[in-house]
Design a protein around this ligand. Structure first.
Ligand SMILES: [Zn+2]
Ligand SMILES: [Zn+2]
Length: 390
């Protein structure tokens, strides 16, 4: 029997508002939306930020179409968690069926999420009428403390410390446990304790890391968010295996998120910064994190033969240096084959030999950020995808 596997995909990782600033494209600008496919084929969607549109455009019915079941958890009603709903194409197809879960807001009363749908699609905010949404929709109210099962998966919801309320979700699948705790601020002893119970022993803990520890103490105190430092503290205290820093600030450039990740890695072994397109396989043996480069950005590709020297840090934290040939290059990045396995989301120095004038060799130095690792493509060689950064 093969071990059960769950697949966690990140479709939107940005907090507060979408960004299209080129300085934020590497981690991505869409607001929160995650997809978890459990070993039994059940599909979970966590939040309906603008990332939901992309999920919809790549839509495949879950479980091979045999017994499609999609359960959508909405943590709260701030714009960045609901804005993708009207743009989720599968909602307009009558063969689809969705189960929505969210809490009863004291500002909206009964059927809070249903009201959000209606308000978002009311004239003059949106041109298409609700009646065009042909998919079957079922709404279920949940609140902090609730526990229920969906097929072979156990779900737990807990309140988090956030203005107007927010729910954190724990999904226990036979492949492992994923805890989604976005939009929460530490400092309320009761809710801090509740979050620790929710996150206890998680295989993957996704936590809010919007602000720097300094901001959290000063200018952003009370805004309802956390930091990498608090996330690391939480992950340590609950014995989480892998931590994913989430809900990046719209003002955080890729370089700033890089620096946040670097600091977190100094204090916790397995930590990633959520990035759009990243896929985590839960329950697989060996390397359990893979990330994909966003497709449309790799359009301008050329085959090449550049001799290159590469220095970096291995997964085990050892520095390495080796010579190789770059065979595939685009203006954004390259696919490099290496014998060493660098750490995902780490930086490599790539020095390529280029034929200079008069046949003299010259070199081109580039900083590459590892976005993809493909072991086993070629014997003894690891294909490493990098994006060039300045
Ligand atoms: Zn948010
Ligand atoms: Zn919020």
């Amino acid at each position: 029997m093969t071990a059960p596997i769950a697949k966690l995909s990140f479709w939107g990782v940005r907090g507060s508002t979408p960004t299209v600033d080129p300085a934020t494209w590497r981690y991505g600008g869409n607001t929160p939306c995650l997809e978890l496919t459990a070993p039994d084929g059940t599909q979970f969607i966590l939040d309906c930020g603008t990332g939901l549109r992309m999920l919809g455009s790549r839509w495949r019915t879950p479980n091979g179409g045999g017994n499609p079941e999609t359960h959508i958890f909405v943590t709260h009603y701030h714009w960045d968690h609901i804005q993708g709903i009207p743009f989720f194409a599968p909602l307009y197809a009558e063969n689809n069926e969705f189960h929505f879960y969210s809490f009863r807001s004291k500002f909206l009363g009964r059927d809070s999420l249903k009201q959000v749908f209606e308000a978002q699609m009311a004239l003059p905010y949106f041109p298409v009428d609700m009646s065009a949404m042909n998919a079957k929709r079922k709404f279920k109210e949940v609140e902090g403390g609730d526990t229920f099962t969906i097929r072979e998966n156990k779900i737990t919801a807990r309140w988090l410390n956030h203005p107007q309320g927010c729910l954190g979700f724990r999904i226990e699948t036979p492949a492992g446990t994923v805890v989604y705790a976005t939009d929460n601020e530490p400092g309320d002893p009761k809710l801090d304790e509740s979050l620790r119970e929710l996150a206890a022993g998680a295989d993957i803990l996704i936590n809010d890391a919007q602000f720097t520890p300094e901001q959290l103490k000063t200018t952003r105190k009370g805004w309802g968010h956390s930091s990498w430092q608090e996330s690391v503290r939480l992950a340590r205290e609950v014995g989480a295996k892998t931590l994913v820093l989430f809900h990046h600030d719209p003002d955080s450039t890729d370089r700033m998120v890089d620096s946040i990740l670097r600091q977190a890695r100094e204090e916790f072994d397995s930590v990633f910064a959520a990035s759009e397109g990243m896929v985590i396989t839960v329950g697989a043996t060996g390397d359990n994190v893979q990330a994909h480069m966003p497709g449309p950005r790799t359009s301008l590709r050329r085959e090449a033969q550049f001799r290159a020297k590469v220095t970096g840090v291995t997964e085990g934290g050892k520095e390495f240096q080796e010579e190789t040939v770059v065979r595939d290059i685009s203006l954004q990045g390259a696919l490099i084959s290496l014998q060493n396995m660098p750490q995902l989301q780490s930086e490599l120095q790539v020095t390529m030999q280029t034929p200079g004038e008069d046949g003299l060799q010259s070199s081109m130095r580039l900083k590459g950020y590892v976005v993809r690792i493909d072991a086993g493509a070629e014997k003894g060689q690891i294909a490493v995808g990098v994006v060039f950064t300045d």
